[in-house]
Write a protein that binds this ligand. Structure first.
Ligand SMILES: NC(=O)c1ccc[n+]([C@@H]2O[C@H](COP(=O)([O-])OP(=O)(O)OC[C@H]3O[C@@H](n4cnc5c(N)ncnc54)[C@H](OP(=O)(O)O)[C@@H]3O)[C@@H](O)[C@H]2O)c1
Length: 330
């Protein structure tokens, strides 16, 4: 039986308010996109979740299509739920999403009311849950009217199958429209989930302004660019890394294109600060209060512990931030 660390709320994990809502999220959250499908032993998954929770990571993020195969991360999570998490359900924020390709035919993708409502019903069954805390529309759908997609989120929250509604991968003007529509319906948008890391700063060009103005939270995914901001790829592709083991998204070409020389320079700045690059990279995405949480992945429990050190480090100085800006602009 799993007995969580009784000191998990001892202050090591800051909880940051999600926009103007009543909900706080841990500064670091754990995503189940990789390492929770059928290619990762169940016992490894279990240790990842337990380690995270023992550190005060109270938020686990899923989506309908996380695997492989699609649905498998949620199916596995259902078993973890039964074995470990049922007694701690009220201490957890569990999210899922729909918006990408999930099942064949015209109703298993994009943003229709038909897809979103059916998908969440499937997710709840797979995860052995009555409700999720946050349900997201996973990506904007240019064909479905925003009123229909947001109407489905509103309906889902009112039905009690989700406590909060969120959007993911929405560009600034799309986010503004979705937020306005949800507000009109009476179900405020809790949060946006965009990608953000030192290697991709797009949210700084409009999206963070929208979220600040609208008082909506922001959880940034892939803050380590899938592991590239650990520096592990600077001298090649290690056998145990994501790009070698599961290169569905982090392909060797993408690793090469990222500019490993630049990453090497960032490693030097981190070294001068007495920390590792990934710790600095996490601190960097969290430097602006508009970011509620950094949504990390991990293939080994030790990585979660290692990443936790970002929360204790000295703040980045203006000089260091300028140095980082210069390297990133090269
Ligand atoms: N909304 C969306 O469209 C969307 C899209 C993508 C992701 N997400 C969410 O964001 C979550 C995180 O994404 P991500 O996994 O790409 O995040 P990430 O934190 O950028 O990358 C995680 C990977 O980096 C490596 N890593 C992490 N900490 C490390 C450490 N201390 N030392 C060495 N290596 C370390 C591990 O890879 P290896 O050890 O395998 O090399 C780990 O799996 C997902 O699980 C999902 O919940 C959402």
């Amino acid at each position: 039986m799993y007995i969580p660390d009784e000191n998990r709320y001892d202050g090591r994990m800051p909880y940051r308010r999600c926009g103007a809502s009543g909900l706080k999220l841990p500064a670091l959250s754990l995503g189940l996109w990789h390492n929770f499908g059928n290619i990762t032993p169940f016992e490894v998954q279990q240790r990842l979740l337990r380690t995270a929770f023992d550190q005060g990571i109270t938020h686990f993020d899923l989506a309908n299509n996380y695997g492989p195969p699609y649905g498998e991360a949620e199916r596995n999570f259902g078993v973890h739920m039964d074995r470990d998490w049922r007694p701690h359900r009220d201490e957890l924020i569990i999210s899922t999403k729909a918006g990408y390709d999930m099942w064949p035919g015209p109703y298993g993708d994009h943003g229709s009311r038909k897809y979103l409502i059916a998908s969440l019903d499937q997710s709840l069954k797979r995860m052995h849950l009555d409700y999720v805390d946050i349900f997201y529309h996973h990506r904007p759908d240019p064909e479905t009217p925003i009123e229909e997609t947001m109407g489905a989120l509103d309906r889902i929250v009112r039905s009690g199958k989700a406590l909060y509604a969120g959007i993911s991968n929405y560009r600034p003007e799309q986010a503004r429209a979705a937020i306005a529509e949800l507000r009109r319906l009476g179900t405020p948008c809790l949060i946006e989930q965009p990608n953000y890391s030192m290697l991709d700063r797009w949210i700084e060009h409009g999206l963070t302004d929208v979220l600040r103005e609208e008082k909506v939270g922001c959880i940034v995914f892939s803050p380590l660019a899938g592991g590239m901001l650990t520096g592990k790829y600077v001298t090649g592709i290690p056998e145990t890394s994501r790009a070698a083991r599961d290169p569905r998204y982090l392909t060797p070409e993408r690793v090469q294109k990222a500019g490993q020389e630049k990453i090497g320079k960032l490693m030097k700045i981190a070294e001068n600060r007495g920390q590792k690059l990934h710790q600095m990279a996490l601190q960097w995405v969290l430097r602006d209060e508009v970011v509620t949480s950094a949504l990390i992945g991990a293939s080994r429990p030790e990585q979660i512990l290692d990443n936790m050190a970002c929360l204790k480090a000295a703040p980045l100085t203006r000089e260091e931030l300028e140095q980082i800006d210069r390297i990133l602009a090269e």
